[in-house]
Design a protein around this ligand. Sequence first.
Ligand code: AHR
Length: 487
Amino acid sequence: MATITIDASRPGAKINKNLYGNFSEHLGRCIYGGLFVGKDSPIPNVNGMRTDVVEALKKLNLPVLRWPGGCFADEYHWRDGIGPQEGRKRMVNTNWGGVVEDNSFGTHEFLELCDQIGCEPYINANVGSGSVQEMAEWVEYLNSDGDSTIAQQRWANGRKEPFGVKFWGVGNENWGCGGNMRPEYYADVYRRYQTYCRNYGDNKLYRIACGPSGDDWNWTEVLMKNAAAHLDAITLHQYTVPGDWTDKGSATDFSKEMYLTTLEKAADIERMIKGHLAIMDKYDKEHRVGLIVDEWGCWHNVEPGTNPGFLYQQNTMRDAMVAAIHLDIFNRHADRIPMANIAQMVNVLQAVILTDGAEMLLTPTYHVFDMYRPHMEAQLLDCMVASDMLTGSLKKVTASASIKDGAVTLTCSNLSDVDEEEVLIQVNGLKPTDVTISLLAGECHAMNTFENKENVTIKPCTDFTVTDAGISLKLPACSVAAITVRG
Ligand code: AHR
């Protein structure tokens, strides 16, 4: 039996809603086909944006969306993607499949998408192959409230009001696809580029520097030492690769051993978060600088028969458990992590949505995000988990808790692929009078397919008891529960 003890009497840090952000890159069928089909498509759309996908994302209350990459960002030249769509430059997407990118989805389309979803834009600009002037003028084009020639170009393209984009990434993975830079060099380049990214009107840019990959402590050390005063946040990229980079493993066909390894690797992100925060502390004693995990999630082999450059993979209950592990960890570090963005939103890597022509399905990962929604902007609560170990390093149960408007939300998961787990939940500081529970459960290989889209869905759970000892329920093997408790 596992015991979860929540202290509802001492609300802690606010959980920034942006921890539940997403990432969309010009990669495979994420943008084209997944999000954007063009106005003339027979697939229902508003100004080219798929209605089914937009509606599903609205239901998630998606808070923030990162674009245009990824590696694509450091080859993206924003002027190629404005003005009449038919006249836009065609380029080769050298990072992802060598396909022709016709730039029909550009700045205005991205901001229209964000507007339809109701989320904030996070634009990641080009440092690797772009100039300082190009970046500075993109900010001006987006945000200037004056009547400079560049602002007038925005008006001519149909937008008089400044967009007021706040989140601004200065390069992506500049230690790799973003220019293969050394941290000393990038720190200087970062300082230079961000200098010319101006605040317009009352829109103060939130400047995000390219941070480390995994446990590259040296990158964080050098960047913080040399540029901390000029940035608001640094990024962390950490993917969960079940195998290794030469054979990552199948998304759907995996052994028990591989299942457990995947979850252990997912949980390892906490070591990286703690390690980087400890280094950041040396240069930022006030904790002003945030750590943004703007690429995370499972990276499996592509689905057989699909373009290897498109990174299309299926999504099972194993991915759902990986999502729950990450989101619980992010919640627990809410005081230092202001944003996280799962990679990626549609049809790429650990996607929340898959599409096939006019068809759309919600993955198990989507449902986890749906269940965690009450944590957004809630205050973190201390949540102690006493459970057996699943592996040498991983407890059977992961959890996090928060409070908002007097209601406590506990998300807790039974990570075991075979054993049911009895859980006793004690909420100190609140006598439960009203308890509701929803459950996502399935065999660890369970997934949604275009033939069976509802195989894995959230179900209400009524099989629990509330006594003076606490709330008792049995978590099925491989399940995520969201429990709301009111006093
Ligand atoms: O998400 C796919 C790729 O992974 C991104 O383009 C890059 O930033 C990372 O290496």
